[in-house]
Design a protein around this ligand. Sequence first.
Ligand SMILES: [Zn+2]
Length: 208
Amino acid sequence: MKLIDVSVPIDDRLPIYPGNAPFDLEPVKRLARGDSSNVSTLRISAHGGTHVDAPRHFFDHGGGVEALPLDLLCGPARVVEVTTRAAITADDLAQLYVAGTTRLLIKTPNSRLWGDSTFHADYVGVGESAAKYLVDHGIKLLGVDYLSVEPFKTPGAPTHHILLGAGTIVIEGLNLRDVEPGDYEMYCLPLCLVGSDGAPARVVLRRG
Ligand SMILES: [Zn+2]
């Protein structure tokens, strides 16, 4: 059973979405200082690295991460690839085979940005028309390969509102660099952070 890890390593070189907290692993106890064990305190944005967005991210009365159904976070997933460097449109998606799948992961040139600790504001996002197209075509989970599904600083955040408002789960921050387009089995397990608008997740694929 060969698993492909499509989550990004969490360390201090992880690029951070502007305004979000940087990652920190703070030493609380250290053997080297005479303590009985090593214990750290973890500090990370709920939207740091590979993570899921819960409806509460954009809706105060939306569910938190604990309400996301695990049987939607795990199961058959299709990886498609776009080479556009502008926001993904409905027309881009119409040329791909996205219908008939519940879980869609979109590989873009973004996946090549991982490893660079600089945040790249010109990442490829999913435009409003594409978000509507996905909801209309029955996509219940969308995964993207940079820190936001929304093109950077889009006023009103229509893509998040359309997707999360329709109950579509959004996974952000995947690294799909070494993944060929095709059908896979996906396992996405976010931390059960009760009431949180997002949560870091480990995500792996297995060839279907
Ligand atoms: Zn997010």
